[in-house]
Design a protein around this ligand. Structure first.
Ligand code: NI
Length: 164
């Protein structure tokens, strides 16, 4: 396993819509393992493939306190969502900043696991938030898109400064 470099906003690769995963081969398994290692090392609770430069509809997550509930979402889609709520959020691709965004507190997810087997689950709270955040990534969207343009500009300036 290896940790992979995480792309930072405003890298254009974070803005592309990702492609459906069709092959569950050894290469995909290695990518998933590397994404988990990268996410845990960061540390973070979720990581989408396009954050490490791979344009596939794939994300890994672990919202547990003990970091012992790894979850893989391949080709995920939301079947249902309810209860809008403001939640504080951050992102490994937008380092050193957090802000409040409105998310659904409950979602119903359909996805494939790492072997291509379909599953459905209902999630609430942090896990529901994380699922929405990762699916946004796969659609080329970042949580800062929900913030005011003033806040987004401030974050862009901070990141540019940090990158030099
Ligand atoms: Ni993120």
């Amino acid at each position: 396993m290896a940790t992979l470099p995480i792309l930072h906003h405003p890298d254009p690769r974070l803005r592309k819509k990702t492609a459906l995963v069709g092959r569950f081969d050894a290469e995909l398994q290695r990518l998933i393992d590397d994404m988990f290692e990268t996410m845990y090392a960061a540390p973070g609770v979720g990581l989408a493939a396009n954050q490490v430069g791979v344009q596939l509809r794939l994300a890994v997550m672990d919202c547990s306190e003990e970091h012992d509930q790894p979850m893989v979402m391949v080709n995920p889609e939301l079947l249902d969502h309810q209860e809008r709520q403001e939640m504080e959020e951050g992102c490994l691709s937008v380092p050193d900043t957090r802000d409040k965004v409105t998310r659904f507190n409950r979602v119903r997810l359909r996805a494939l696991d790492r072997n291509g087997q379909p599953y459905e689950l209902e999630a609430e709270g942090l896990m529901a938030q994380c699922i929405q955040h990762e699916i946004d990534h796969l659609n080329g969207k970042l949580y800062i898109d929900y913030l005011s343009s003033l806040k987004r500009e401030r974050i862009r300036r901070q990141l540019r400064k940090a990158a030099t």
